[in-house]
Design a protein around this ligand. Structure first.
Ligand code: DHB
Ligand code: MG
Length: 226
């Protein structure tokens, strides 16, 4: 597909160098995840920076993340919090969560992060029924087949003006005509349809650099709650 375009990689390198240089903490978190054998699918630094900036723009003091992996995006987001802010992040895989917790333990923002190990499809309804206070900013980056089902629970955990951001909404264009067997892309195509037409949302999908060295195209959904 759109992958492996040298010019795209060059542009990605240019933008990353200008806007999303990693400091030691972020680099070490990425390397620790890599060494632990986690899949190499964390957000690229430019997306991390985008999440940080969006959370700052909405003045988020309560952030929810679904799909922690090794906690790389979590660390970008936690840096957007003011004093007394809180970030809850949900991870299904205990092995991923263990690496993420190590990354949080050595982070200056670690005390603001609450890592919950479990299945989001159970935890989110539970949070709704417990009357959990709404979140100002939500980042969805969990298993792709679950995106459509997550959406309604995330809306219920939001308030007017909250921002829901979702990763992987373009998938190198596979969302345009997903094949029968490509369940993740089918789910994302459905998700894009849902957010485009949802009465409670104002939405867009912004293209982002994905894959190896930014050589393929992915997308970030931005949804504001009406
Ligand atoms: C995959 C998941 C992601 O969240 C991502 O950003 C890229 C790839 C995956 O499951 O393959
Ligand atoms: Mg992702």
């Amino acid at each position: 597909m759109a992958g492996l375009i040298p010019q795209t990689r060059k542009i990605h390198r240019y933008l990353e160098g200008l806007f999303a240089r990693e400091d030691d903490e972020l680099r070490q978190a990425r390397l620790r995840s890599q060494k632990a054998g986690l899949p190499n699918i964390e957000v690229p630094p430019l997306v991390g920076k985008t999440l940080w900036l969006l959370a700052r723009m909405v003045g988020a003091s309560r952030i929810l993340e679904v799909g922690t992996l090794g906690g790389y995006s979590t660390l970008w987001l936690a840096r957007a919090l003011p004093q007394g802010g809180q970030l809850t992040t949900i991870e299904l895989e205990p092995a991923h969560a263990a690496v993420a917790q190590q990354n949080f333990n050595v982070s200056s923002q670690g005390s603001l992060i609450k890592l919950v190990v479990g299945n989001g499809h159970q935890l989110l309804p539970q949070m709704v029924s417990e009357g959990t206070a709404p979140f100002d900013f939500i980042f969805l980056d969990a298993e792709k087949a679950g995106y459509p089902a997550y959406l309604d629970w995330l809306i219920q955990l939001s308030h007017q003006g909250s921002l829901i951001v979702a990763d992987n909404c373009i998938r190198s264009g596979k969302v345009i005509e997903p094949s029968e067997s490509d369940e993740p892309s089918r789910a994302l195509a459905k998700f894009n349809q849902l957010i485009a037409n949802h009465p409670k949302l104002e939405s867009v999908v912004l293209p982002s650099f994905g894959g190896i060295e930014g050589g393929s195209l992915d997308g970030l959904a931005l949804c504001r709650i009406r």
